[in-house]
Unconditional design. Structure first.
Length: 266
């Protein structure tokens, strides 16, 4: 099985302008596909921007199969590339911080609702999801989805490892002064759980927040395969099934677990 070339779009788009962000996504998908990528991953809340006025969030939220989802399906089909995007999801009267994976044929493959909400803004604006492991199959890989703060809980990522996730996609809005998460924690999570992690951040000032960039693709051997800087850019990395298989063969973490000792964790 050949490696999956993955494009990480480090961008904050334009706050409150879904149409403009869809336009930029179309352009990015074109560049990613021309660069040989089979998957494009965007940041948390890419579709609308993150620092929305609290009262405006419900008005920007869309159903998982809404107008923007159909537009992104068209982008994916047009460029022959899978797309993972972050957005505010509306389901009835409930609003979630969500991320959706669209296949290269435009099919909706998976929709994930953030389970661990960070800070007062998110806790006031959104309802937490209650499904920790959401997966889809893409190019022979088992792909999982989390959002930002979720990856900072080791139990969360371990649940994905035990469910067979090969590549964990983590759109994020990681802000100053917590850049150590991108720099140190994410590669460790990849190593201790024997998976690839694509961690894709926003960048620059937005409202009261200062996003730090530093998007990365970390591999199961703990190596950061690609790393963005602090500004808007697209970087590429390879998700290599052969490296994944070899690393899992030599790393004993998952084999040497003793779950009977961990009952107190739950």
């Amino acid at each position: 099985m050949p490696p999956l070339r993955t494009a990480l779009l480090q961008s904050s788009g334009r706050l409150g302008d879904t149409a403009e962000n869809l336009k930029r996504l179309d352009e990015a998908a074109s560049r990613a596909a021309q660069g040989g990528a089979g998957l494009l991953v965007t940041s948390e809340m890419y579709l609308t921007g993150y620092a929305l006025d609290l009262q405006e969030v419900p008005g920007y939220a869309e159903p998982a199969d809404g107008e923007s989802a159909h537009a992104i399906a068209g982008i994916a089909r047009r460029h022959g590339i899978a797309v993972l995007y972050g957005y505010p999801e509306r389901d009835g009267d409930t609003v979630y911080n969500s991320a959706q994976l669209i296949g290269p044929d435009g099919a909706r493959l998976a929709n994930y609702r953030k389970t661990h909400l960070f800070g007062c803004f998110e806790q006031d604006a959104f309802t937490p999801g209650d499904t920790p492991v959401v997966q889809a199959d893409l190019n022979g890989l088992r792909v999982g989805i989390m959002i930002c703060y979720d990856v900072e809980f080791p139990e969360n990522v371990r649940a994905h490892a035990l469910a067979g996730t090969d590549l964990l996609l983590v759109p994020t809005a990681q802000m100053h002064p917590f850049q150590f998460v991108a720099e140190q924690l994410v590669p460790v999570r990849a190593f201790e759980n024997q998976m690839y992690i694509a961690y894709v951040n926003r960048t620059g000032p937005e409202g009261e927040f200062e996003f730090v960039g530093l998007s990365c693709l970390a591999s199961p051997d703990g190596v950061t395969r690609t790393r963005a800087g602090r500004g808007e850019e697209m970087v590429f990395g390879q998700v290599d099934p052969e490296l994944l298989e070899a690393s899992r063969e030599t790393n004993p973490y998952l084999r040497d677990r003793r779950p009977g000792l961990y009952a107190s964790l739950v």
